[in-house]
Design a protein around this ligand. Structure first.
Ligand code: MEV
Length: 444
């Protein structure tokens, strides 16, 4: 590789946020062992033009940009990672990096474990003369149906995946009576699996109609992928949580209380889980995943007990704050746009993600860290101070500050504790007056 730098293996980069964009690109190149030129191309959209947009969606008229940042300090399952995140909200990437630093240790760091990649397909069968008999006949022919599904995807079978099981559920609707719902469980290997599942379900429909003497209506995957989950856990020694105004144990106990609040209250759980998904969605976007599918699955899973609750749980014990979370995470490293979108392709290659499970584990680890960052801030100084200080740059831009003056305007707003567009406009006007005066003086 021309001009490649010698790779650096620690993701612990202090002061990354203070570096200039060029310096950050150089740090990233160094970590990855890539040439700086390669990494720099990320800054210009890396060749994602209207031609590709036109292939991906209908009625394309343009390409829409979002910031791509790097979260530092992550160690997941013993491997250091710089994690790409695509998100428009300020402070998310900095918060993830901060929490990753707290959750870091010399051993595994954040521990994440993905289950087998088993997805669920559904067939909705109605208008069945005898539900009991219909169910029995479908179940009796289960092996043949599984084989039939597998015949649609010989390559999946060759890779060690394929349909594994078939389950029959009987559900009741007050105004439409009973229906059979057939679930097919399929190991989709490294794919997200939507296409595989949908093809299989369509192939099974005529057979299931015949066996049940009913009619198949919907044939589609379920986004509640509760057979394809990731468990993730991490711990922070209390000493790392201490701050001048509050001892570490007190911070840990407050975080535990924040967790309990989300565990018992759906109103709080929705916001708590949104914080988790801030991190998860940002990684999913950067890696070209169907983030809507993961969102749907995560929230449905959060309500699996019948009451919507928090996905994560934090407890203080034995001198440390322990966090854990389990959620469904259907991601793929083949198919979708992973091999089409030039930036996604590049990021995936650079991160050296070898399996979908590895991507799922890294993503869940970011979700847990993001959650910790949010409830740590909420349990101590609140989020507005940090948030507004990062937000100040956005406001400066909105108020018309030129690139050369964004930092000055943001800094003044922070210093004066007045982060608002109105004040930003006043500062911009002041700077403009100062510059005019300066130019006049220079021309005399
Ligand atoms: C903001 O995007 C996310 C938070 O509201 C999450 C939370 O409240 O836990 C800060």
């Amino acid at each position: 590789m021309a001009n490649s730098l010698k790779p650096m293996h620690s993701s612990r980069i202090s002061g990354f946020y203070k570096q200039t964009v060029a310096e950050r690109q150089a740090s990233l190149a160094q970590f990855l062992g890539q040439s700086i030129d390669n990494v720099r191309q990320l800054g210009d959209g890396a060749g994602f033009g209207i031609e590709i947009a036109d292939v991906l969606v209908e009625n394309a008229v343009g390409v829409f940009g979002l910031p791509l940042g790097i979260a530092c300090n992550f160690r997941v399952n013993g491997r250091d990672r710089l994690v790409p995140m695509v998100i428009e909200e300020s402070s998310v990437i900095a918060a993830a990096s901060n929490a990753a630093r707290l959750l870091r240790n010399e051993e595994q760091g954040i521990v994440a474990e993905a289950s087998a990649p088993v997805m669920i397909g559904q067939l909705q069968v109605m208008d069945i003369p005898d539900i009991e008999r219909g169910s029995q006949r479908i179940l009796a022919d289960k092996e043949r149906l599984i084989e039939l599904a597998n015949r649609t995807r010989p390559t999946l079978l060759a890779r060690g995946g394929g349909a594994r099981d078939l389950v029959v559920r009987v559900l009741h609707s007050k105004d439409h009576g009973s229906m059979i719902v057939v679930h097919l469980h399929v190991d989709v290997c490294d794919a997200m699996g939507a296409n595989i599942i949908n093809t299989m379900m369509e192939a099974l429909a005529p057979e299931v109609e015949e066996l049940s003497s009913g009619r198949v209506y919907l044939k589609i995957l379920s986004n509640l992928t509760d057979l394809r989950t990731v468990r993730v856990r991490g711990a922070v020694p209390v000493a790392r949580l201490s701050r001048p105004e509050m001892d570490g144990v007190e911070v840990a106990q407050r975080i535990e209380r924040a967790s309990v609040f989300a565990e018992v209250d759906p109103y709080r759980a929705a916001t708590h889980n949104k914080g988790i998904m801030n991190g998860i969605d940002a990684v999913l976007l950067a890696t070209g995943q169907d983030f809507r599918a993961v969102e749907a699955g995560a929230h449905a899973y959060a309500a699996r007990s019948g009451q919507y609750s928090s996905l994560s749980r934090w407890r203080y014990r034995d001198g440390a704050l322990h966090g854990e979370m389990e959620l469904p995470l259907a991601v793929g490293i083949v198919g979708g746009i992973t091999r089409v979108h030039p930036i996604v392709q590049r990021l995936m290659e650079w991160m050296g993600i070898r399996e979908a499970a590895e991507l799922a584990e890294m993503t869940a680890a970011v979700g847990l860290a993001q959650n910790l960052a949010a409830i740590l801030a909420l349990s101590t100084e609140g989020i507005q101070r940090g948030h507004m200080s990062l937000h100040a740059r956005n406001i400066a831009i909105q108020a018309g500050a030129s690139t050369a003056h964004v930092d000055e305007v943001a800094e003044r707003m922070r210093r004066d504790n007045r982060v608002s567009e109105g004040y930003a406009r006043e500062i911009v006007a002041e700077i403009e007056t100062r510059e005019i005066a300066f130019r006049r003086a220079a021309s005399l």
